[in-house]
Design a protein around this ligand. Structure first.
Ligand SMILES: Nc1nc2c(c(=O)[nH]1)N[C@H]1C(S)=C(S)[C@@H](COP(=O)(O)O)O[C@H]1N2
Ligand SMILES: [Mo]
Length: 341
């Protein structure tokens, strides 16, 4: 995620931003016809020899972890979804998961050994019945369903992903929120030994870990809001937030927090990671909104990652609420979405 555009001299302090910055620059130069594919990024990315993002788009390059097939009913049916799915190979190799490095290719490499079992997810706070789910219960407590959603990153790229999971509302209802529960806070695992970005400012993008996120309770209870345990019919790979992550399809991707260990019902709005880091750039609400530009770039359009890789001009218009307005616009009636960005 972009924090600020660094001057060359500041790069060492802003390693985290470099990929996004270079990608932007690259696109600009490419648009101007200055660079060809062969020379792109070779010096721009990390010093690693394999640091070219083009490698990410080779379908045959499959990571080494194993994922087990999930059984679920309620098949979403890709044939009924009007847009092309992003190929699995791209969904699992182009990631934002700063705990495993701030560059898109790093999570798929650095998260390979991540232990997801045993796991504990605790639901606590303003609830009558606190709940703890262990690894097996994540997959067996609620009927799993497939949901095909657009994922729109605040950096202006997007994917279409067939998730497998269950509505967050079912989990929250199990814990029985009380009348003081107005917000829901989420927390990612904090384990610097396993997550190299949590012990290295350079790798981890300067984030104060654990990564935290939040929703208003009515947003959390909306039927679109998904707890995902899989994608493409199999358990999540670590780089996509195994064993369980949130998916909020009408909000920018950073709200969809990964590898969750804690969910807490609260009376007050909880702090959220990107808002803490750059409050004027990333708000609590973070609803996808083509009419409200990020301070440093437009949000009116996005690069859809389908089959074309980085060279294709899959530029499409960004839709209000990422196209989910019918389901969620009512949540924000009377709110100034410029103020509550
Ligand atoms: N814990 C944690 N969750 C996270 C992030 C992160 O860095 N750490 N990145 C977010 C961002 S910016 C995006 S766009 C999505 C990306 O999800 P994906 O890699 O599965 O496509 O995860 C979100 N969840
Ligand atoms: Mo993102």
């Amino acid at each position: 995620m972009l924090i600020k555009i660094p001057k060359k001299s500041e790069l060492s302090e802003n390693q985290v931003t470099q990929e996004s910055v270079y990608l932007q620059r690259r696109q600009l130069l490419k648009g101007m016809g200055f660079i060809g594919a062969g020379t792109l990024l070779s010096s721009a990315l990390s010093s690693k020899a394999h640091g070219s993002v083009f490698d990410l788009f080779k379908e045959e390059e499959k990571p080494v972890f194993t994922r087990k097939a999930l059984s679920y009913s309620g098949q979403a049916g890709a044939e009924n979804f009007p847009e092309k799915l992003t190929p699995e190979g791209k969904v699992i190799s182009h990631n934002n998961f700063y705990e495993f490095g701030a560059q898109k290719h790093q999570p798929a490499e650095l998260a390979q050994g991540f232990k997801v079992n045993p796991w504990q997810l605790k639901i606590s706070g303003e609830v009558d019945k606190p709940v703890t789910l262990d690894y097996d219960r994540l997959f067996s407590t609620f009927a799993l369903e497939e949901r095909i959603y657009r994922l729109r990153c605040v950096e202006a790229w997007s994917m279409v992903i067939p998730w497998v999971g269950f509505p967050l509302a079912k989990l929250l209802k199990m814990a029985q929120p009380n009348s003081r529960a107005k917000y829901v806070a989420f927390e990612t695992l904090h384990d610097p030994e396993q997550m190299p970005g949590q012990s290295s400012r350079r790798l981890g993008g300067g984030i104060a870990y654990p990564y935290v996120e939040g929703l208003r309770i009515d947003e959390a209870m909306n039927p679109l809001t998904l707890m995902s345990v899989g994608l493409y019919g199999k358990t999540l790979p670590p780089q996509n937030g195994a064993p369980i992550r949130l998916v909020v399809p009408w909000k920018y991707g950073f709200k969809s927090i990964k590898s969750i260990v804690g969910i807490k019902l609260l009376e007050k709005e909880p702090p959220t990671t990107w808002n803490l880091l750059a409050p004027h750039e990333y708000g609590f609400y973070a609803n996808v909104n083509p009419g409200v530009a990020h301070p440093r770039w437009s949000q009116a359009s996005e690069r859809r990652i389908t089959t074309g890789g980085l060279l294709a001009r899959n530029r499409i218009e960004t839709l209000m609420f990422n196209g989910y307005g019918e389901e969620v616009a009512d949540l924000y009636k009377g709110m100034d979405l410029r103020k509550f960005y």
